[in-house]
Design a protein around this ligand. Sequence first.
Ligand SMILES: [Zn+2]
Length: 424
Amino acid sequence: MLYCTSKYTLLFAIIFIAMSAYGQTTYYITAPRVFDGNQLHENWALIVKADKIIAAGPATEMSTPAGATKINYPNATITPGLIEGHSHMLLYPYNIKEWDLQVAKETDEYRTIRATIHAKNTLLAGFTTARDLGSEGAGYADVALKKSIEDNIIIGPRLLVAGRAIVATGSYGPKGYDLDNQIMLGAEAADGMDLPRVVRDQIGKGADLIKVYADYRWGPNDEARPTFTLDELKLVNEITLSSGRVMVCHAKTKEAIRRAVLAGATTIEHGDDLDASTAQLMKQYGVVYIPTLAATESTSQYKGWKKGVEPEPEAVQNKRRAFKIAIGEGVIIGMGGDVGVFAHGNNVLEMELMVNYGMKPIDVLKAATSINAKAFQLDTAFGKIEKGMKADIAIFSGDPSKNISDCRNVLLVMKDGVIYRQEK
Ligand SMILES: [Zn+2]
């Protein structure tokens, strides 16, 4: 009998764990502030059942459902799970190891093992979704990483992955090796009429979107110059759209931004040389700008810039200018830091710089939730706290709508109704 009881206790325990692991619990969650993806509300409550938000509104109008687990944090703010717009899970900070060496000398296996920790750190920092824009020489390890998260083998954000990404022949690195060596590139080279085959192949291997480098540092003095012609980019976009996916473009120069926008890119990554006319074009086409301020600041510091002590280097000044122009011209601005260049889990750095470069904290919160969700075609389920949305929730102590760095004070992270982090 005793054996029987303990056996059943164990069975129930397993069922309970399995249920909570798959988000079957009902939660009644309250905090003094709720940022719903667009605006801040005071004294709201939300009810999460299984993997969905089934109610959100003033706490006075809501009652605790029977059997619900209550979660309340005084002096905290509830937000939708944050969305990282530009990550590289297969990379880690270049001041630990240079990009060339990671790509050329490290095995995909080693990099993938590291990436499992990067994914975990991202999720536990409050980022429940990330758009990963290229495995940088690690093949389709990003597709495997995504599947491992979906299959609950490891923990991490929901991923949208680019796979290998596409570069024009001769433009991308690593470079500078003896030409007798066939050095594997950080992305897949393709040109002209070979582009449709490569786009289709990447899609077949699991790419959720097609990332194209519309320019790269291949000018006579290693400066960024456009790579693909407008027609090549249009061809990539046509095939990509036909598959139900979107094209996103790395573009720093004005001409590459122009070609990318005209060809149908949904987001422009980096945009360092953005000026008023390219900004107006982006606005006209509804193309979202992903600034990656943190990558520029990080690489500048890796090259020796002493931030706060020395004047800002040209690269940082350019980014500030581009960001200001984008705000001034009314370009839709999303949030993406090019994290991987700097440490995974430190994603909030980009949000802090967006505020530092002139955006209001509440607008930065919007960028990292509802705007990113819409930019990445995820807005029917993510980026908002609203009845019917998926239960991706972050809770931070303090008020990030006033002080964005409060996003560093993570109290709770829920993805698909499952709690992955819960602080006292
Ligand atoms: Zn990148």
